[in-house]
Write a protein of this length. Structure first.
Lengths: 143, 171
């Protein structure tokens, strides 16, 4: 008991560090591939579409009630609809890049990336939110 | 922790007094830790200074003292400031870490620091197991590496403190 640190301690230390490194390597690989967070786009109170957060996309969302052609929603210029929003998903971040509304609050909101975050466009009754698994943030049990 | 009078032979007055003293000491450490304002990135990361007392109890007086001091400290600290869930997490952690400490000490190959380091890791593992049972989601184990490393660090610090105190303690 005289020595502060003995041989077995060092071995245990190395083993524990190795376990920790291995676990973090496994987890980073595992969690990197399975980001199953979804971008949920609601228009006029109904779910309009769901898209995976991991795939880059540019989506044109018509405001409810605005007339327009059908599902050709992946165009650059938004001239099909009277009222619309363009939601862009890029590198795991979602933003509204264009909007027909006057105040442009949704465009200026910036981008969101965490589950639970939302962008709202009131004039076009659009809600863009990220739906994900609990892994993203803290939960209510931990104090 | 009420003991029936039948096994009074195992509960000497000096044992009761000693455990009471050590529990009070450990409780003060718990309190000091509870009032330090800090917010760790991951819930559950803690230094656990109170475990200095547990380690000293284990090495100076034996496993029975260590178990009693640890359980009494956690229950009272839970009722006073850590809350019911904190108590639950701590009890699970303490069960694992006490078992590990007693086992490693029994092998007589590890120093105080090594035993304490293992205890720190096992404590966090126990907490993680309870948390995953409560949330019913194994994905909480993404915290495992962080808690492992913090357990190692906290365990070493506690172990060094306990070793230095044990060295200069005259009892």
């Amino acid at each position: 008991m005289k020595q502060l640190i003995r041989k077995a301690d060092v071995i245990l230390f190395i083993v524990l560090i190795a376990v920790g490194l291995a676990a973090s390597a496994v987890l980073s690989v595992h969690s990197g591939s399975s980001t199953d967070a979804k971008v949920v786009i609601k228009s006029g109170g109904r779910v309009y579409a769901r898209y995976p957060l991991s795939e880059d996309a540019e989506l044109e969302i018509p405001a409810p009630g605005s007339a327009g052609s059908s599902a050709s929603s992946e165009t650059d210029e938004c001239t099909h609809y009277l009222n619309y929003n363009v939601v862009s998903i890029k590198d795991g971040r979602v933003s509204v890049s264009k909007a027909s509304c006057k105040n442009q609050v949704c465009v200026r909101h910036g981008s969101i990336s965490m589950p639970g975050e939302t962008i709202v466009c009131l004039p076009n009754r659009l809600v863009v939110s990220i739906e994900g698994d609990e892994g993203g943030g803290y939960d209510s049990i931990t104090s | 922790m009420t003991q029936s009078p039948r096994n009074h032979s195992s509960l000497s007055t000096s044992f009761i007094a000693r455990v009471g003293l050590l529990s009070a000491l450990a409780l003060i450490f718990s309190y000091v830790e509870a009032i330090i304002p800090y917010s760790p990135a991951v819930p559950g990361i803690k230094l656990g200074i109170a475990n200095v007392v547990t380690v000293i109890a284990l090495y100076k007086f034996g496993s029975k003292d260590a178990v009693c001091v640890s359980v009494i400290r956690i229950v009272i600290a839970g009722l006073l400031f850590n809350g019911l869930f904190g108590m639950l997490y701590s009890l699970a952690g303490a069960t694992l870490s006490l078992a590990g400490m007693i086992g490693l000490k029994y092998t007589d190959k590890f120093s105080v620091v090594g035993v304490s380091m293992a205890a720190g890791v096992l404590h966090n593992l126990g907490q993680l197991l309870v948390a995953s049972a409560l949330i019913e989601d194994l994905r909480i184990f993404i915290y495992f590496p962080v808690l492992l490393f913090s357990g190692i660090a906290a365990g070493i610090l506690v172990g060094v403190a306990a070793a230095l105190i044990l060295r200069s303690l005259i009892l």
